[in-house]
Design a binder for this molecule. Sequence first.
Ligand SMILES: [Zn+2]
Ligand SMILES: [Zn+2]
Length: 377
Amino acid sequence: MDYKSLSKFTYADIDKEVLINSVLYNNDANELKMNMMADYEPCFYSKAIEDTFIPSKFCPKCHKKYPSEENFCLDCGVALKDIKDVDINQIQLNPKFRIKGNNHYDDFNEILTFENLEKININSFDINAISEKIRRSAIRRLDRTIKKNDILLDDLSVLEKIMLFCKSFVNVEYKSYGPELGYYEFNKIYIDDRQLDVLQITTLIHELTHFLNKEILSHTLCQILDCDKTSQIESIVTFILSYSPLNQLVDEYAAHTVEGRFTLYGFQDYSSFLNIQNSIDIADEEIEMLKTIGNTFAIAIKHILESFINADLLKDIKNQFKSDIMDQPDYKNLALENCTLLNKEGLTRAVRFILYDGFAVAMDNIDTLEQYNINLE
Ligand SMILES: [Zn+2]
Ligand SMILES: [Zn+2]
């Protein structure tokens, strides 16, 4: 990958720069700053006056709650539904994002040809349209799930809301072993449900970003090759994102950046990025370009997440931080943040670099791909 050639396609990420500088330089460093990357007005909760009856029904239209003897919402003219105790943890949506093309590949030898490799440098693709399609399809799935299960969104905890949203993209399973808070592997997020709610929330957002990087690049490869999305295509993209530490760094920086945008300043966690960086010998200039690519990937993903994590939910996440976290914030890592973005041409070139180089290496690693495919089928 020729990173230097990308530098002429960059511009400053002013919003991020201004927010970070306000935390690093303009304030008292010892004071806990209730700021987030995507910040909104501080919140003042006016707690609703407690109802005097025990609601057991709700209006599916306006979501007003009613006692058991009522049958209709007269405001909306619709029949009331019973409030059910829905266990979000038990809901499995098995989400799939289907892509149809004029070719269907389910054999690695048919995909991994020199002819297809050259298409990566020539055929066009539209990352914005791809991420928009993924966003809409997940939101539709979420909407259907809420309606089908009579879920009252307002009654869910912040973690339950984020969990349900996550599940409209990718399956989530629980793990109760190992030191890590969670991880993403082969279209599944594993999360440790013994952790604090706020840590589960930020972990879900981080791992969802890894899934979305894989998903967006899989759709891109399908568009380039004009083919259906198959487990073989997903295996190749999974390989591309993991075979090289440089691509791992892009993937991790995107995940840290998206997670960071929904996290209080001073609680950003860069450990998985730094672990990879410290394991290789790499020039500062190159690291900065990898971060710039990751930062640009993060923009598209942040946009997908913001269709659900709106200002209100962000306030709730903030409050969850206030109630869960006892540690002092640590602002020194904020100085490591990259505040540069690639323009459209730069992003297209970066994606071509990543896919072309990875596809070429994948051609010599069909055994590994077959192993991945067993997990993705
Ligand atoms: Zn109503
Ligand atoms: Zn990660």
